[in-house]
Ligand binder design. Structure first.
Ligand code: NAP
Length: 303
């Protein structure tokens, strides 16, 4: 079964003589005919109404949209791991770090005021430290994309990593020393009980003065009021946010007009429909032929 909002492309690439696909919310179906579900944020309680469901396939790299459901069936759940998505996420982060590092916003302002205003770089890239919270598929792709620019790179994860040119910090004990050396702190963690609200006042205080925060993970990682206080108080220099606690960002949110925040509407990595449906078809074929699924989520870990 495919989610609402996806056009017939997915249905055509997925349905065959052997299987049929239905678009939930757009087409009628009998719940007992559904063997597989694919989507991003199924309404809590919905999946338990499908009595013959065999497996669930997330159309996003994150699965918090599934695991928030207290009635989630105890069935295999996979997440979408796609090179194109990883490249897009990496492009987004590299672009925003370079814009901030090179002071490009000041040149934009000067141009619009008709001013020829030269500035020196505030800090060489070799003296600039970039830390990535979450060194999984996307975090590693971001780190690899940053390698040619000569920044000092590090990452924080649960398990120790061995990634060329990237210093590895692991586990809760190594979070404070990790934070203390981040001029740019990029969050690309999954949203779990252990990571919810991890970008908070205490975290920000541990970052060096003048640090930047870039959140491309989930809005639930960030305590937005703490971020605004750290920016207004001058401890943090700026923030780039792609995800928010409430999406779309409510009109009354101070984030919209904050001079030190760049906000984008959850577009850092957009799931490519063709790749997504090839993945769904592959998952179904694996299940039907008894082959193991890939990228199966561990519900106890939460990702
Ligand atoms: P992933 O491959 O599962 O990697 C997750 C990383 O986080 C791993 O390195 C993991 O450590 C680490 N981690 C998890 N819990 C931790 C904890 N408690 N302490 C320390 N490290 C922890 O996931 P991914 O594919 O990179 O995706 C990451 C997230 O990006 C997704 O969950 C999603 O929320 C977000 N995302 C956002 C967009 C967007 O458009 N903004 C698009 C795609 C994805 P280990 O390696 O040791 O397990």
């Amino acid at each position: 079964m495919l989610p609402p909002g996806w056009d017939a492309l997915g249905k055509r690439s997925f349905a065959s003589d052997a299987f049929d696909a239905v678009l939930h919310g757009r087409e009628d179906y009998r719940p007992e005919d559904i063997a597989y579900f694919s989507g991003f944020r199924p309404p809590p309680g919905f999946l338990k109404t499908l009595p013959r469901l065999k497996a669930m396939f997330s159309l996003g790299a994150g699965v918090d949209g599934f695991l928030r459901d207290p009635d989630l069936p105890r069935l295999p759940l996979t997440r979408f791991v796609d090179p194109t998505l990883m490249h897009e996420m990496a492009q987004y982060v590299v672009m925003h770090i370079l814009i901030a590092h090179r002071g490009q916003r000041a040149f934009d302002r000067a141009q619009h005021q008709g001013q020829w205003q030269q500035h020196m770089l505030q800090r060489a890239s070799r003296d600039t430290r970039i830390g990535i919270l979450g060194l999984g598929d996307i975090g590693a792709a971001i780190a690899t994309s940053l390698l040619p620019f000569d920044f000092q790179l590090s990452g924080w994860s649960r398990s120790r990593k061995n990634l060329a040119g990237v210093k590895s910090f692991a586990g809760a004990d190594e979070l404070p020393p990790f934070l203390a050396q981040c001029d740019y702190c990029v969050c690309v963690l999954p949203l779990t009980d252990a990571t919810r609200g991890i970008l908070n006042a205490e975290t920000f205080a541990q970052l060096p003065k003048g640090a930047w925060v870039i959140n491309v993970a989930r809005g639930g990682h960030l305590i937005e009021n703490d971020l605004i206080a750290a920016l207004d108080g001058g401890h943090l220099a700026g923030a780039v946010l792609d995800v928010f606690r409430s999406e779309p960002l409510p009109p009354e949110s101070p984030i919209w007009k904050h001079p030190k925040i760049t906000a984008t509407p959850h577009i850092a990595g957009i799931t490519d429909a063709r790749a997504a449906f090839a993945y769904v078809a592959d998952c179904v074929m694996r299940c039907e032929s008894g082959r193991p699924l890939e990228n199966v989520v561990d519900p106890t870990r939460g990702y």
